[in-house]
Design a protein around this ligand. Structure first.
Ligand SMILES: [Zn+2]
Length: 445
């Protein structure tokens, strides 16, 4: 595989002016106007916006153990189609990613597939059982160099275990990513607790079940002077707690999912389980509070919580269906719809919340750099013009449980460049054998 050279002609750098970008191997070697294209593959990027390759701090890749839902290969193909060049893979696999062996396995599968840099997230507790700490230090010092730990899908509800985990990860600048859900307050819960749940006769999921855990955890993080990340904020009250904690100087970051920025609880009225998710879709006023908090920096990042499920787990009655929705392929369009089209965000802000800040929180040095000479050739080129009904032809992962099918959304990722080679070419996913061969060439240097 020869060195890859691209000349991207006339892309807008975030919110800025149109510029040419030259990549050679894994580096951006020149930027400016009328760059020399000798030996380079030319990409006509007139009208396109160039962003640093997107980074998702919260992806469920399902491998090992649940390959009928997704694999590292298909999940990173979904990532590439969505403009992502790195994903952090959650630990709730089978076996659980709670040892150096499992995280190194996930790392290796990602390296071989070559569609994105896969950074495994380690479990906080053994088997996600909430009883004993997992081997955090062994995972941190493994080849996977784990820095983010989470029992996501479950809450680390024991305050003493949470305290110990926060203390433990300080020695290697790790972070605990908490799925904030008080288990007793959410037993049997099916959707947001309120008027709609009462009308539909579904067990409610109160906002306080999320907010009380976040309040406890920011105080624990302050007490032991450690670093906390809060997954998928979904309520206006959670925003208020994070705002208070940041004003107090507590070392906390927070994420919001695309679906919580767009969709609200009324979707449950259809009993269409594609809208069943954890945490649940909330009230319209929560959606607006989350957008405002993302715009003012109280919420640091957007993360997808991409959660693939096979059709038999979603095409059934609401009560029996699994929680979760896929999100990698649609994330950028939903952020454009909710934040850019509304005037809350520039494209530079999009680069911040979907690339720069998540890479920083996850200690991922090879990603999340503003596009500049010397920066890694990790690039997404998006066509922000035009709208289309989101359909299954936009989905590249193995599962199709997207809540956006049939919804009109703006924008489309046209090119994704990872480690200097293309994974998406003119909106089309590059074949797995070609991508894998490129990745191998990069590994060999
Ligand atoms: Zn979660």
């Amino acid at each position: 595989m020869s060195t890859t050279r691209f000349l991207i002609r006339g892309a807008h750098i975030g919110s800025g002016a149109a510029t040419d970008i030259l990549t050679e191997g894994n580096v951006i070697t020149a930027m400016g106007s009328r760059l020399d294209a000798t030996g380079a593959e030319v990409i006509d990027a007139a009208g396109l916006v160039a962003l640093p390759g997107l980074v998702d701090l919260h992806t469920h890749l399902r491998e090992p153990g649940y390959e009928q839902s997704e694999t590292v290969l298909t999940g990173t193909q979904a990532a590439a189609i969505g403009g992502f060049t790195s994903v952090f893979a959650m630990a709730n696999t089978n076996p659980v990613a709670d040892t150096a062996g499992v995280v190194e396995q996930v790392l290796a599968l990602g390296d071989i597939a070559g569609y994105a840099t896969v950074r495994p997230i380690g479990a906080v507790t053994q088997g996600l059982e909430g009883a004993r700490l997992a081997e955090l230090g062994a995972m941190a010092s493994s080849r996977a160099q784990v820095r983010v730990f989470s029992d996501d899908g479950k809450c680390v509800s024991d305050p003493l275990l949470m305290r110990r985990a926060l203390e433990y990860v300080k020695s290697f600048n790790g972070v605990i990513a908490q799925h904030a859900q008080e288990p007793r307050l959410t037993e049997g819960a099916q959707m947001n607790e309120g008027e709609v749940s009462a009308r539909l006769g579904l067990t409610g999921w109160p906002a306080v079940a999320e907010e009380s855990i976040i309040a406890r955890d920011v105080l624990l993080a302050e007490h032991v002077k450690s670093r906390l990340h809060v997954c998928h904020l979904s309520t206006a009250g959670s925003v208020e707690v994070i705002r208070w904690a940041k004003a107090r100087g507590i070392n906390v970051t927070a994420e919001v999912t695309p679906h919580h920025l767009l969709l609200s609880e009324e979707r449950a009225e259809t009993y269409d389980a594609r809208f069943k998710v954890n945490p649940p879709l909330r009230r319209r006023e929560d959606v607006m509070a989350l957008r405002e908090a993302l715009a003012d920096g109280t919420i640091d990042i957007v993360a997808t919580d991409h959660a693939p499920h096979p059709s038999e787990s979603k095409e059934c009655e609401w009560g029996a269906a699994s929680f979760g929705m896929v999100g990698l392929e649609s994330a950028l369009s939903v952020v454009q719809e909710t934040m850019v089209e509304t005037g809350l965000f520039t494209w530079d802000d999009v680069a911040r919340v979907l690339s720069i800040a998540p890479a920083r929180i996850g200690s991922l040095a090879t990603h999340g750099h503003a596009l500049a000479v010397g920066a890694p050739a990790e690039i997404a080129l998006v066509d922000p013009n035009g709208r289309q009904l989101f359909s299954t032809d936009r989905l590249a992962g193995q599962s199709h449980n997207s809540p956006y099918l049939g919804i009109d959304l703006p924008g489309r990722v046209m090119w994704t460049i990872h480690q200097g080679y293309a994974t998406v070419f003119g909106g089309i996913l590059i074949d797995a054998d070609i991508v894998s061969a490129h990745a191998e060439a990069v590994r060999r240097g």
